[in-house]
Write a protein that binds this ligand. Structure first.
Ligand code: FAD
Length: 274
């Protein structure tokens, strides 16, 4: 076995210096390390002393540090309920304390719960590599699909989450057969409407059943419309089982049907909130 050095930088700049070593790997909650540590890793850059664990509230947004745990997200009653629901769903209590926001984004495993809901909520992410940049998650997902943040050896420092206005509704639904199981299908949804109850913003992000989080095509039919049965049916018709990935626990057809049910449910829930 190769010998691994642990280092504990206290500033982001020091983390970045350590990452100049191509054999260094960031260590946050450590819950994916058995999957990731390989013979080439010679240094773990432990993030626990970097002061990146925080949830700050500004007038119009929340700032959430990269090493904030899923447990702290779940417990913060000021955060949107849909986001807290996604954090709560992730795993059992001991894992919730360990799993971090940055770790959940750094490798977009099919089952991750925080990225889809934060995408639906129109969040942005700040990443430090050679330079610092902040991008909306619309831009982040193609960037990360090309090569994951973990493989780029960059540091996720913060997520910016806009505060949803009162004329909005968001929800996180997940299909599991037993509690704390990795989701077989997730739907994160967000809607805003105007005084005529016409939808002005719709973001529906499905995950787990696809290669990665995916915004659904039916969003385009919803904008400018009032929610009614005809619109709901039109949205449901856009779901095609063939677009889903195979999974040994349930068929594509079954998960596609559940996705149609989730779409109908969230649109009806939104309507009842107006
Ligand atoms: C049994 C089990 C069940 C799970 N179920 C779910 C589930 O249902 N839903 C879900 O969402 N998650 C689930 N997870 C967690 C998920 O699979 C990952 O293990 C977790 O997101 C990794 O986060 P971490 O903080 O532990 O990161 P680590 O394991 O410390 O690191 C993971 C990778 O991310 C990199 N990294 C960590 N932090 C940062 C950062 N700030 N910036 C850049 N790169 C970083 C590391 O270098 C490493 O490559 C589960 C985990 C386990 C063990």
């Amino acid at each position: 076995m190769n010998q691994i050095t642990h280092v504990y930088p206290e500033t982001v700049s020091d983390v970045i210096k350590y990452l100049e070593n191509p054999h260094a790997k960031l260590l946050a909650g450590g819950t994916a390390m058995t999957l990731l540590a390989n013979k080439e890793v010679n240094t773990f850059v432990d993030l626990q002393k970097t002061n990146l664990s925080y949830i700050k509230e500004e007038d119009d947004r929340f700032l959430i540090g990269g090493t904030t745990s899923a447990y702290d997200i779940f417990r913060n009653e000021n955060l949107p309920k849909s986001f807290r629901t996604a954090a709560d769903k992730i795993a059992d209590l001991s894992l919730l304390h360990a799993i971090t926001l940055g770790g959940n984004f750094a490798i977009l495993y099919k089952w991750v719960d925080l990225p889809p809901i934060l995408w639906a909520l129109n969040s942005s992410i700040t990443i430090r590599g050679k330079e610092e940049r902040t991008m909306n998650l619309d831009e982040f997902f193609p960037y990360s699909r090309e090569k994951s943040i973990a493989n780029r050896n960059e540091l996720i420092t913060e997520i910016q989450l806009p505060k949803p206005p009162t004329n909005s509704y968001s929800e996180y639904q997940t299909l599991t057969l037993i509690e704390n199981e990795k989701g077989q299908l997730n739907l994160a949804s967000y809607f805003e409407w105007n005084e005529n109850k016409e939808i002005t913003i719709a973001r529906l992000v499905a995950s787990a059943a696809f290669k990665g989080p995916k915004r659904l095509e039916c969003e385009q039919f919803i904008i400018g419309k009032r929610i009614d049965d005809e619109l709901i049916n039109k949205c449901k018709e856009t779901i095609n089982a063939e677009d889903l990935v195979k999974f040994y626990k349930s068929s594509k057809e079954y998960r596609a049907e559940i996705l149609r049910v989730y779409i109908k449910r969230t649109m009806n829930n939104c309507l009842s909130k107006m």
